[in-house]
Write a protein that binds this ligand. Structure first.
Ligand code: ADP
Ligand code: MG
Length: 427
């Protein structure tokens, strides 16, 4: 590669490199919300570009400094507005003066006119389609290089130099085209990024709203119904008390559901207590017995050794976690059958709770998504049950393993550290 080509490549990279830096800082600013990255800092990148361009020019045939400095000057002004424009103009003027100690009037005059034009156009530029942008940029860069021929008096004449000037003109227009396209692509990417972040947030909010209103709506509607019934003064006191009890129970259920959602907000368990695995499993089976009956499902338990096995956590959450899993198993067995719940101790100090159903099972894709918020294959599913279960077990220092086969059934294995009496005082 000859020196001229090498310089040309380096010079063009001087224009491109700050573009990539801009992209990087933009991501830090918007995605990672780095406080120290301010939007006003973005004017720095075309400035770096101008300085780099003049430091590594394509050629310097005195007084001709051939480089791409006009590209960042014009683009910076068009995208950043007049303030950025005049800042960049000062850098280009001062930089040129520093290089050979000459103040070229025609160069500075044309550059000033170019910057003023770009600053005026910047108001309308951003809304214009790409074609218009390309035309505007090409005209501006073409005009900014007019000093090369219109004012030849301060330039040495000669055929070779004339060729270089034309070539330089051509290179700048091509460089401007590429840089404009790249800038536009980067801006489109930023725009898509913003849109997808916004859409994601809206999706989460709408899912949450839908599932909360669905789950909490039912107990609240029931409570309202009973309160309305209470307005009838003829109801006997016993019935009245009964209604009040049911209304309170329904409200409790709504509170429980809200608690479930809060499990995420606070993944750490706050009120840790010693929980008997045996008792909780018995309780879960009792709670789910009516549902199992309706679905013609029989729950068999074999809790060998579970009676004196304890784990540490929040009892209500642990119970809810197991209910969610066993409930899914019941729901998966559309034509009835047996569910096996067994416990086994795993050395040195763990307990494993196994739940096996012979339901519809899951394919690999579904298995991979299990525990993802809002993943549900059920018509009225919330897709939150497994998410809650996974986070409760994680919070208790345990682990859930799932094996499933489409059409054959699913096997849940929950491993938890057992609560050791020796550490009683630490609780
Ligand atoms: P939901 O029950 O509201 O759909 P979950 O988070 O409890 O939400 O479950 C998510 C999904 O995981 C279910 O819709 C179902 O497709 C699948 N799934 C969970 N457990 C089982 C199981 N035992 N058998 C088959 N599919 C299951
Ligand atoms: Mg469920």
């Amino acid at each position: 590669m000859d020196l001229y080509t090498k310089n040309l490549v380096i010079s063009f990279l001087s224009v491109l490199f700050p573009l990539f830096l801009w992209q990087l800082f933009y991501l830090l600013h918007y995605i990672y919300q780095f406080k120290w990255v301010k939007k006003s800092m973005f004017a720095v990148f075309p400035m770096i570009s101008i300085i780099l361009c003049m430091t590594f020019p394509i050629a310097f045939i005195q007084p001709l400094l051939l480089d791409f400095r006009r590209i960042p000057l014009i683009l910076g002004t068009l995208y950043g507005g007049y303030k950025v424009g005049f800042l960049l103009l000062s850098v280009a003027m001062i930089g040129r003066y520093v290089i050979d100690g000459e103040f070229y009037l025609s160069y500075n005059f044309i550059l000033l006119i170019t910057t003023i034009c770009a600053a005026i156009l910047s108001k309308y530029y951003l809304q214009k389609p790409l074609k218009v942008k390309i035309v505007v940029n090409s005209v501006l860069i073409f005009f900014s290089l007019i000093t090369l021929t219109i004012f030849p008096d301060h330039l040495p004449v000669g055929n070779r130099l004339m060729n270089i000037r034309v070539e330089h003109w051509f290179l700048n227009v091509i460089g401007m085209l590429i840089t404009t396209l790249l800038t536009e692509v980067i801006l489109i990417n930023f725009d898509l990024l913003h849109k997808s972040i916004k859409a994601k947030k809206l999706e989460v909010a709408s899912h949450l709203a839908a599932s909360i209103s669905h789950e909490i709506g039912n107990p609240l509607t029931a409570t309202k119904g009973f309160i309305q019934l209470l307005s009838d003064e003829k109801i006997p006191i016993d019935t009245r008390n009964n209604y009040l009890k049911i209304a309170a129970k329904e409200l409790d259920q709504a509170i429980d559901i809200i608690d479930d959602y809060l499990v995420f907000a606070k993944s750490a368990l706050i009120n840790k207590e010693k929980i008997s695995v045996y008792e909780v499993l018995q309780c879960v089976v009792t709670i789910l017995a009516p549902l199992a009956n309706v679905n013609k499902v029989k729950i068999n338990t074999s809790l060998g050794g579970g009676q004196d096995c304890f784990v540490l956590g929040e009892r209500k959450k642990f119970e809810q976690c197991l209910i969610n899993i066993v409930k899914n198993s019941i729901e998966s067995m559309t034509s009835g059958g047996d569910i096996q719940i067994t416990t086994e101790s795993v050395m040195p100090s763990n307990i494993r709770i196994n739940i096996q159903d012979k339901g519809i099972g899951m394919n690999q894709g579904q298995l991979d998504r299990l525990g993802e918020p809002y993943f549900s294959t059920k018509e009225n599913g919330t897709g939150l049950g497994m998410m809650v279960s996974f986070s409760v077990i994680k919070g208790m220092g345990g682990d859930i393993k799932v094996k499933s086969e489409n059409g054959k059934g699913t096997f849940f294995s929950i491993q938890l550290p057992t609560y050791n009496q020796k550490f009683n005082s630490e609780v």
